[in-house]
Structures are given as structure tokens and as C-alpha cells.
Write a protein that binds this ligand. Structure first.
Ligand code: PMP
Length: 324
């Protein structure tokens, strides 16, 4: 069987082929029930179909490949500050490629499921006293990873890919996620809605669409609260602005509260049958705001990961969301 036939039948020689790419895009699913009569046609881009279960799969693999290509690893282990998903993806690909265990510095309020998953995969987890959206200048997870990568005693043991400043992160979305969305919507996309974490997703998509389809509006979603539970997202009013993030490339920022995000994710589960995680809920809530304001067109909403790692955080919202 040739590669195209295999991919069409979803047969992959190994995990590396299963990673998302233009030839093997993540699925896009129409949302028809969660917002009936919406002026926007809504599509969910399901990033949890990547091997490591999140949007960070693309950036992690691109950063590892970049570091290997440039000869940066030199037998050193990776160390990375992450709210979970990047670490999970890095360790998964480190295992597939036979690299050393990854050291992950992680805010201690990240869900225990993520920490356990990291440990199951074989990562060394260093929990630091930090919020999901740490206040400047004490960005604890970043400082802890930098200390290992830069201090003379450990610098020959660790290499930090540094997702907040690594151009391979947005480049993964410029090269794959953007073209996938253009092809999957047959060029009809008018609005792109993605959450801001490192800004990799937003920047890669913004650059791609600015060049190819400049009318497309790129909407950034941030947590409304300073202390929030939208893991993986950053509120730039209180957190460090990632080096790769250029706010002039996004057309609008929509802030979403924990409550609105979690409740929307539950609506997505109950109305659409989609296991949306909190940041997928936040992005969909932002899409609803655009629709309520009468925006017209085809909106693609990034669904970064599913709900499984966050079930305990959903508990408090479970009964508020009325069944109908
Ligand atoms: N949602 C979740 C659940 C994430 O883990 C992340 C990554 N931190 C994002 C959204 C944002 O992605 P990016 O880093 O590309 O901005």
C-alpha cells in the first residue's frame, strides 16, 4: 500500500506518521446544535485527535525536530516549563524517538491527572508554587526550567526548547494547522478563534491567513480572571507576554470567565456530544459572542484538548448547567 492509500485508510507505519499534518489533518466537525440559528457557521477543529491528545502535539514535535536538526541536543535531556499539555507531548515524542526523559516544571495547581499522566509517560515532574497564569515577574515554572538549563552546574545536562520564545512553535501552525483549515473549509473561513497560551496557535494561524486570506479575522481568547482554571491559557493583564506573541496580528481579544467556559464545555458535551475541555469551551463562548453581535460567515474554533484531564474541575459547574 502506498503512503497516500494508507493515510486515507488511517493506517500508519508508526506514531510519527500519525502526527497531524496537511496530509493527515485533525478532524473538523460542524456544530449544529449548541447555537441554533447562529449567523456564523461553526466548525470545531478537534486538536485532541493528535497522538498526545492536545494542540501542543504540533508545537512539541516541531520544536524537537528543530532542535535535533540544528544539533542542539548533544545528548542532553529536555527541560520545559508547561501547564501540562506541552510536557505530555514532549515526553510522548521523546519516548517514540528514544530521547532521554523530559524534566517538566509545572505550576502546582495544574490538575493531578496531568501530573500523573506525565509521570506515567516517564517524565520528571518538578512542581513549582505558581498559578496557572503566574503574575510577573515570578513566572515560577519558567524560572525553574531556565535555572536548570542555564546554571553552570546543570547546563550540560539540560536543553530547554522554550515554547514561549521558540519560532518552531508558531511555525508548526503556519505550515500545517493553517493550510489544513483553508483546505477543510474550501477557503470559506472568515473567523478563527483560538485561546492564547504561548500564542503559538494564534501566531502561526495569523501569519498564514494574513498572507493567504487577509480578510480572515483572528480572535484571541484570554481568561477574564487573574486567578483562573482555564489551564493552558494566559491572561496578559497579569502574565508575562510570550516572546513569540505579537498582539498586532490579532484582530480582537475576547475575555471569558471560568464559569462561562466550563458551562459552555458542558453544553458542547450535552448538545453536540463533543468531549470539550475548558479552553474549547472558552473559545466556543467567544464564538457565541461574535454570533450574538451579528458577525456573519464561517468560524473555525480551535478545540485544544478534551475534558478527561479536567473532570474534577467540571464538578462544581455540573449542576448549574440545566439540561434541556
Ligand atoms: N488550550 C490548552 C488546553 C492548552 O494547553 C494550550 C497551550 N498552553 C492552549 C489552549 C493555547 O495554545 P498555544 O500555546 O498555542 O497558545
Amino acid at each position: 500500500m502506498d503512503k497516500n492509500t494508507r493515510m486515507h485508510l488511517r493506517v500508519y507505519k508508526d506514531l510519527m506518521e500519525l502526527a497531524a499534518s496537511r496530509e493527515n489533518p485533525t478532524p473538523m466537525v460542524g456544530l449544529s446544535r449548541v447555537m441554533p440559528d447562529s449567523s456564523l457557521t461553526l466548525w470545531a477543529k478537534l486538536e485532541w485527535y493528535s497522538p498526545s491528545g492536545s494542540v501542543k502535539d504540533r508545537a512539541a514535535l516541531a520544536m524537537i525536530r528543530g532542535a535535533i536538526k540544528r544539533g542542539e541536543l548533544n545528548g542532553r535531556a529536555l527541560v520545559e516549563p508547561t501547564s501540562g499539555n506541552t510536557g505530555i507531548a514532549l515526553q510522548l515524542y521523546a519516548n517514540a524517538l528514544g530521547l532521554l526523559p523530559v524534566t517538566v516544571t509545572i505550576p502546582e495547581m495544574v490538575p493531578e491527572e496531568e501530573v500523573l499522566l506525565l509521570r506515567l509517560l516517564g517524565a520528571e515532574v518538578v512542581e513549582v508554587p505558581d498559578g496557572a497564569c503566574p503574575r510577573m515577574p515570578t513566572d515560577g515554572a519558567i524560572a525553574a526550567a531556565k535555572a536548570l538549563a542555564d546554571s553552570p552546574a546543570t547546563t550540560d545536562q539540560y536543553h530547554m526548547l522554550y515554547q514561549y520564545g521558540n519560532p518552531d512553535n508558531p511555525q508548526a501552525h503556519y505550515e500545517n494547522t493553517g493550510p489544513e483549515i483553508a483546505a477543510q473549509t474550501e477557503g470559506r473561513v472568515t473567523h478563527l478563534i483560538a485561546g492564547l497560551g504561548t500564542g503559538g496557535t494564534l501566531m502561526g494561524l495569523a501569519r498564514y491567513f494574513k498572507e493567504r486570506h487577509p480578510a480572515v479575522k483572528v480572535i484571541s481568547v484570554e481568561p477574564a480572571e487573574a486567578e483562573h482554571s482555564l489551564f493552558g491559557l494566559r491572561n496578559l493583564e497579569v502574565a508575562m507576554k510570550p516572546e513569540i506573541y505579537d498582539p498586532s496580528l490579532v484582530h480582537e481579544v475576547i475575555k471569558v470567565s471560568d464559569r462561562d467556559a466550563y458551562r459552555m464545555a458542558i453544553r458542547l458535551m450535552r448538545k453536540e456530544g463533543l468531549l470539550a475541555g475548558p479552553s474549547a469551551g472558552a473559545n466556543t463562548y467567544a464564538a457565541m459572542q461574535l454570533a450574538q453581535r451579528g458577525e456573519v460567515g464561517t468560524a473555525v474554533i480551535i478545540f485544544p484538548d478534551d475534558a478527561l484531564k479536567y473532570v474534577h474541575h467540571f464538578k462544581q459547574y455540573m449542576d448549574q448547567e440545566v439540561r434541556s
